[in-house]
Design a protein around this ligand. Sequence first.
Ligand code: ADP
Length: 485
Amino acid sequence: MRKVLRYLNPIAHFGDKNYSVFFPLITTLLTAVILEGIFVWLLHTPNAVGLYAIFVFIVLIVYFAFREGIRGGMIAALLTIFYYLYIISSRNYTGNLLVSSLQTTATLGLLYGILAWVIGWLKQTIDSLLEREANAKKRLQMIIQQLPVGVLITDDTGEITEGNKQVELILGRKMKSGRVAGKDTIPEATYKDKPVPPSQWPLAQTLTTGKPVAGKEFILTRDDGKKRYVQISASLITNKTGNIVAAASIMTDITAQKELEERKDDFVNMASHELKTPITSMKLYTESLRSRLKHLDDRDVQKMITGIKTQTERLQSLVNDLLDVSRLQTGKLMFTPESFNLNSVIKQTITELKGTAKNHTINFNPTGSITLTADKFRIYQVLTNLITNAIKYSPPGSKITIRVKKDRKSVTVSVKDSGIGISKDQQKKVFDRLYQVTDSKEKTFPGLGMGLYISREIIRHHKGTIWVESEPSKGSTFYFTLPLN
Ligand code: ADP
């Protein structure tokens, strides 16, 4: 029954360009035969058919024009006129009646034709528009399907409306329609080692917060047990009036890239370990050479030994930094907290670095002692890095000021220089792994961009914060805050 109703409903055929000839033809003919049957054979009032014939056939013409386009409407109109002519001839009209009947038929024929054409044209125009829209949608779907990245689209409520093959390949499961935040859509995932509930997936997140999510990396555990690294971005799609119409996310499988990175990290880790032993031996040999040649009155030899020692120490510090970066990557950097006086550690660091300063004045006027519980060596490492940078990136003879400010809950250390400074857009990036500012002034400074990254991670581990305030050409002040308990 439903099927029959659907078949008869002209609106259900919008967008369908398979116009039928037989349906209007047969229906109009049948209607004429039925009308003739009722009025001539059943009621025996052949002349009473006129008004009904007009009303019924107008409905048929409109219906078929609306359902089958111009051709359908015209067939119905033409057959109606033939039927009218048949009525005229079969009722044996003569004289004025015949003339007026023929005139009416001609007028109605013209009207029916116009009606069929106008309605049929409207129907065909709507069909063409719908077809064009459907084609555009199909093309878009085809493009989405063949994109080399996973694409998942939901409506404004989070119900999945579109997902391509890549998403299925990445997630390792067939996409079902349903909510994107649903458990059966998204496999188990972790972000920075913490499990991610489906409601915190970028698409769900962007829908609840309204903010885009850019390139967040997840580790997925697929149903087949395989681990996949994926990078996901998501954002809302709004219409011209700013209303949310959908949310879209892009998924990229970065497993191969991550595995390569892991291999590279492993290599750096292994290489640094391998380098550590010969460097330690070199340092020991230099020390024993220095003590053996202590009495030799040859300034050049003494200078050379000091040179070897300095360079070996530089090499050792580089290798240590490399090892630290690698340990941070793998979460293996160890911390041993102890209680110590921060001011003494700062003084000690300054004393040790004075040798590398080029006529710089390093000011530090501590008052009292500040007891801190933290990894002393790591804090010393942060101080060394900040003061070394202040020396490295400021002109010889300039002033470096170190201050310590304590309040009830925390202590803040600042290292201020009057050097080349850092532009606003670089200030956050300098703490990134292996990041170095590259402008014409910077190129002359050696380094690998590891120190600030290691410092940030050390401070983060101690639940503190590190930041920089700086103005290019005027100088920089690096700050770090540590909680006191
Ligand atoms: P490195 O100094 O070995 O390159 P860091 O991680 O210590 O690596 O520093 C990262 C970058 O930050 C440096 O390359 C430099 O461009 C910038 N930078 C760090 N400290 C300062 C400073 N005091 N003044 C100006 N630029 C600095």
